[in-house]
Design a protein around this ligand. Sequence first.
Ligand code: AMP
Length: 113
Amino acid sequence: MAETVFSRIIAREIPARIEHEDDRCLAFHDVAPQAPVHVLVIPKRPIPALTALVDGDEALIGHLVLVATRIADRLGLAGGYRLVVNCGRDGGQSVDHIHVHLLGGRALGWPPG
Ligand code: AMP
């Protein structure tokens, strides 16, 4: 699989503002935030997109979501927040390594663009 900017962040080859790390995932602040809080939660295993998930990945995906909710609590997003996973070009995915966007800190519009 092609290396992405996210595998380079995991390898600490490029810097990031890290919010959480454990054996399965890393969470860091987005370099171009779209809301006052914009954190990305990524698996350490470089899964390119939702379309590449296989049976057995349920716990990993659930873990990413749970970590995102804990970060939301820690960062004080009591008023609510949004988790987003873009998939493919039409879905707006620009980095081919699955990531959960945690967006919050302002009222978010719906539907997204
Ligand atoms: P997506 O468009 O859903 O693939 O989201 C990719 C996200 O990665 C975008 O919000 C980018 O701003 C973010 N991003 C790209 N490079 C970096 C980086 N070096 N550090 C943190 N976030 C990044």
